[in-house]
Design a protein around this ligand. Structure first.
Ligand code: GDP
Ligand code: MG
Length: 353
């Protein structure tokens, strides 16, 4: 019997061991965990005066010393895992769940993750560096091409690849396109089992089984169900080695990037249709507590949407982002029209793609 068959059976057992999926309970699409409390009631433009008493640095300082800690116990394992899959299957949500904190932004729009984001899982026995990638898909624009390059380049660079599938969607051409780029040692995570009907999950697992990859895990990145089993398995797949990052470090994402991403996350939550692809954000000044963040859109009409009636939308975005920053942050948001920033290599470079 080929190894993957027993792996597939083991996976089916893991699924059976899970609590019953609420069959047909799919009405709560509830993809709203990215949204933040907007009740703060302050005006992002006028009430954001920096508190004169606060000159604290933000406590999300990540400029940790990158010196490798050689004080690791014998048998310590370490390595890199990358999460790949087509857009929207839940890679970033899975990364956040594994780390127990939000390092990657999440939305129900494709192409939310545009950069490679690393998150570090520290356990007494192991350090696993997870690499979240942009979803792999057939590119249609230069930005799409760069995103694919970013994702593909990480595949060859890591110890284990986790191929994430969405149990609520049939295995489609997009998945096949990614599957064709998987090494045989890849691990499959069939995600969103909290939302998919049980038979859907089984069908997806069966489809994944055809790929002859090395192991299969039903998980819910949202509830955390099945995630420990996946992580435990990944740890066994890591080679023995030292910590690559200090034990206290959770991500290598820098603060300015994180704030720009939080702004984009809020904009994605209000955006519709083609707008998500048209938005880029970057922090252009950081003089704590003053943070200036630029929002690029491609057309004047899009600027209108982002600003909203009487600046309503921008105001909400500002409030929601500030609620996720250390107290006292003064967030200055500016919207600029930059036609075709996606197609101009110079704008892509400036935005760090
Ligand atoms: P990515 O493009 O693969 O990184 O996907 P995201 O992590 O941004 O998630 C895409 C959408 O799926 C978001 O709206 C998430 O809230 C949702 N999602 C992700 N994981 C799960 C899950 O396990 N269960 C459910 N019900 N939704 C999920
Ligand atoms: Mg993502």
């Amino acid at each position: 019997m080929p190894a993957f068959v027993s792996e597939w059976n083991a996976c089916a057992d893991r699924l059976t061991a899970m609590d019953d999926t609420p069959e047909g309970n799919n009405t709560t699409e509830g993809d709203d965990d990215a949204r933040t409390d907007l009740d703060a009631g302050t005006d992002a433009r006028t009430d954001d005066e920096p508190d004169p008493g606060t000159d604290d640095e933000p406590d999300l300082d990540l400029d940790a010393d990158l010196a490798v800690d050689d004080d690791t116990p014998t048998g310590f394992r370490s390595g890199f895992v990358t999460l790949v899959g087509r857009p929207n299957v839940g890679k970033s949500t899975l990364l956040n769940q594994v780390l127990g904190q939000k390092v990657a932004i999440v939305s129900d729009k494709p192409q939310t993750t545009r950069h490679r984001i690393r998150g570090v899982l520290n356990r007494p026995d192991a350090q696993v560096v997870f690499v979240d990638t942009p979803g792999i898909h057939k590119p249609r624009t230069p930005l799409g091409e760069r995103l694919n390059e970013t994702a593909s380049a990480t595949i060859s660079d890591v110890d284990v690849v986790v191929f994430v599938l969405d149990a609520t969607q049939p295995f489609g051409r997009g998945d096949q396109w990614v599957a064709d780029r998987m090494p045989p040692e890849a691990v499959v995570a069939v995600n969103k089992v909290d939302k998919a009907r049980r038979d859907r999950v089984m069908t997806q697992l069966a489809a994944a089984g055809e790929l002859n990859l090395s192991a299969y895990f039903p998980v819910s990145a949202r509830t955390g169900e099945g995630v420990d089993a996946l992580v435990d398995h990944l740890v066994t797949r890591m080679p023995e080695g030292p910590r690559y990052f200090p034990a206290g470090m959770v991500t290598d994402v820098d603060e300015a990037f994180r704030v720009a991403e939080l702004v984009r996350e809020q904009l994605l939550a209000v955006a519709r249709e083609e707008l998500p692809h048209s938005i880029a954000t970057r922090v252009t000044e950081w003089e704590w507590p003053y943070i200036r963040c630029e929002i690029l859109v491609e057309r004047p009409s899009q600027k209108g949407i982002v600003v909203g009636h009487d600046g309503e939308v921008l105001k909400k975005v500002g409030i929601a982002v500030r609620s996720q920053l250390p107290d006292g942050a003064y967030l200055d948001l500016h919207v600029r029209v930059d036609r075709n920033w996606q197609r101009r290599p110079r704008s892509l470079d400036r935005l760090g793609f």
